[in-house]
Write a protein that binds this ligand. Sequence first.
Ligand code: NAD
Ligand code: WQD
Length: 343
Amino acid sequence: MSKTILVTGGAGYIGSHTLIELHNAGYDFIVVDNLVNSQKESLYRVAKIIGRNIPFYEVDIRDAVAMDEILTLHPVDACIHFAGLKAVGESVSKPLEYYSNNMTGTFVLVEQLRKHGCKNLIFSSSATVYGNPAQIPITENCPKGQCTNPYGQTKSMLEEVLTDIQKADPQWNIVLLRYFNPIGAHPSGQIGENPNGIPNNLMPYITQVAVGKRPELGIFGNDYDTHDGTGVRDFIHVVDLARGHVSALSAIERGCGLAIYNLGTGQGYSVLDLVKTFERVNRVPIPYRILDRRPGDIATCYSNPSKAFEELGWKAQYGIEEMCRDAWNWQKNNPNGYEQADY
Ligand code: NAD
Ligand code: WQD
């Protein structure tokens, strides 16, 4: 019998892509999302791609009563926990909302999972926990660094909380996945990243310039100590990232206890590398202007992902060209994201 996974935040960018990979790997799932940063349309589209309905609850994971009811109705084998607020800049102006949502949400979720006898959890962490990394490429042994914003603090603190929970009760299997910079979209062009308002992150900004929604890209600094002066990141295709969660489930099934993995490609590309590759692959110009550095940014951040390969057999398959191709395929077919529902 196939296993059932609770996917919190499953209507969001990474969650929606993960549903497809779960389906492909033979898992059943239910989705809980309060749609604070997503649309139901993403789930309709996933349902169309995988050819089956998705059990969905529009619920805030902080609602313990509702979560209790859902888990009573649907016994689950594991939870992949994406639900959270993620905008770094917004977290600085709304710290209480971020701490409440991300911390309390996780506390309520974990309590309800425990109550219902499910002690298997995959948590969406972030390379942001390394702060300004002490070593490049970053291995999981790299000491955690100073997070300069409440969003990053919630990820770092939740890692500690979950570690303590697993230590106190070794029946828990908890995988902390530290994502690097997810970009791209499902090759179907049906689902992708759909930010509200002005994008904070680089790739959705590039695609909105490409589609004519914004006149030019602002590049935050070209005086970093990198090969061309612009920031260097470990961009990872969102489908590869989604598959990393399926691999992490197999670690849970083997009884991994607490495990931490970087999910990145191990390749660093600069902002200008990404812009130039996007232009070349898609034959679309991306006008840009160099601006001041963005406060809180670091020069270089890329992973050593070999632990995930050695222990999970997971390795990113897609390169930067496919990331650019698929990001554009999504944006050009959906210039207004999920607003243009086609059914
Ligand atoms: P997203 O905003 O697209 O998805 C998060 C989903 O969670 C949204 O659908 C939102 O509506 C939902 N949600 C938020 N609070 C909720 C609550 N209290 N109850 C129920 N649902 C709630 O973000 P994403 O890019 O898919 O990120 C998924 C996870 O991965 C987040 O935890 C994020 O912090 C983490 N992460 C993202 C990145 C990135 O660059 N995208 C990098 C590292 C880590
Ligand atoms: C990448 C590079 C910018 C926008 C963030 C979070 C991190 C994680 C992933 C959740 C940097 C430059 C960007 C623009 C630019 N999220 N840039 N112009 O900052 O590496 O990581 O998302 O956990 O926690 O901090 O990603 O896409 O914002 O920036 O020049 O309009 O692109 O300066 O060098 P970042 P990003």
